[in-house]
Every structure is written in structure tokens, then in C-alpha cells.
Design a protein around this ligand. Structure first.
Ligand code: ATP
Ligand code: MG
Length: 166
């Protein structure tokens, strides 16, 4: 399905904003840094929603109350890059490459309290790779984490035709 990423993400993030109205949920602020122009991509919307849900839920789950979550969308020549930054616990450098493994969780005691299975990022990675994309993380322990998703995209003209890449 072809979607305008700005609209697709706004839709998901609005839902996270709405959840703040419920008592008893952890408080957080969402900051969006989106380009003005539409970014059209062909994605499996149900699956990609699952990826963004997990990354957003992780950002909330592994952050203290009141944390700021920044979502950036940017395009390079052939990719769109989505990043989600939090101000949470962070991830030790030695664990960074393993958090995408099935059932891997940083610090079992810490994670057990938070609930979850340790499958979210492994599933996210499968989904992103099925879109010919990449997912990775960067973190500074104690200062927060940033998750990146990059997916290839084709530039489109105003009319919506593909540019010919001869
Ligand atoms: P599930 O997503 O299945 O409910 P989970 O959140 O523990 O469980 P993943 O989403 O796969 O599993 O994340 C794996 C581990 O990576 C987490 O247990 C946590 O230790 C670490 N992690 C993921 N996101 C963050 C984050 N934003 N900040 C700090 N640690 C994180
Ligand atoms: Mg998770």
C-alpha cells in the first residue's frame, strides 16, 4: 500500500498522544520533526505500524516519567530515515548489537519488572528487512537511546509518477 509517511506516522503518534489522557499511564512528551514535503513509500502498513508501536512503547517503557521522545523523519537520496530518540535508561554498548536477537533483554532483573517477551525488536527487524530496509540503534548509557529505521524509496514527481531511472 502506498502511504504518505508523514500522515502515516502522524496517525500513529496521535494515538500515543491520546493515551496520555488516560490516568495511570506513564507521562511523556512527543516532539515531531518532519519535512514539509510528502514522502510516499510502499509499505505493509499493518506490519510497519507494529514496528513503530514497539519502538515507541520501548521508548516509553525504558524512560522515566516525563521523558521527551523525539521522532525525526528525513530523506536522503534513496532512503527515508525515521529516528526515535528517548531520554531513558540507555543501552550498554556491549548489548547494542544483541537487542535485535530473539528474547534478548538487557539486564534480566530490570526488564522483568517492565514486562514483555524480548521479541519486539527481533520481529521489528524481520519486518524492516522484508521492506529491504535496515534498523539499528545508538545509545549512551544513562542518557537515552535512538532507534533508526531506513527504507529505500523512489522519488516521485508532483503528479505522482515515478522518475525514470534509466
Ligand atoms: P516486547 O517488545 O516483546 O514486549 P521487550 O520490550 O523487552 O519485550 P524488545 O522490544 O525486543 O523486547 O527490546 C529488547 C530489549 O532491548 C529490551 O528488553 C530492553 O532491555 C532493550 N531496549 C529496547 N528499547 C530500549 C530503549 N528505548 N531504551 C532502553 N533499552 C531498550
Ligand atoms: Mg519492546
Amino acid at each position: 500500500e502506498w502511504v504518505n509517511l508523514n500522515d502515516f506516522l502522524s496517525h500513529i503518534l496521535n494515538r500515543f498522544d491520546m493515551m496520555l489522557k488516560n490516568d495511570g499511564v506513564k507521562k511523556y512528551k512527543i516532539r515531531r520533526i518532519f519535512p514539509h514535503q510528502a514522502l510516499w513509500v510502499e509499505i505493509d502498513t499493518d506490519k510497519m505500524m507494529q514496528v513503530i508501536d514497539n519502538i515507541m512503547n520501548n521508548a516509553i517503557k525504558y524512560s522515566p516519567d516525563g521523558g521527551l521522545i523525539t521522532i525525526r523523519l528525513l530523506q536522503t537520496h534513496k532512503h527515508v530515515i525515521l529516528s526515535v530518540s528517548d531520554q531513558g535508561l540507555g543501552i550498554p554498548r556491549k548489548d547494542l548489537s544483541r537487542i535485535f536477537d530473539r528474547f534478548y533483554r538487557v539486564d534480566k532483573a530490570r526488564s522483568r519488572k517492565q514486562g514483555g517477551t524480548g521479541l519486539g525488536l527481533a520481529i521489528s527487524k524481520e519486518i524492516v528487512e522484508a521492506h529491504h530496509g535496515k534498523i539499528w540503534a545508538d545509545s549512551s548509557e544513562g542518557n537515552g537511546s535512538t532507534f533508526y529505521i531506513s527504507i529505500p524509496y523512489e522519488k516521485m514527481s508532483e503528479e505522482g509518477d515515478m522518475w525514470d531511472e534509466v
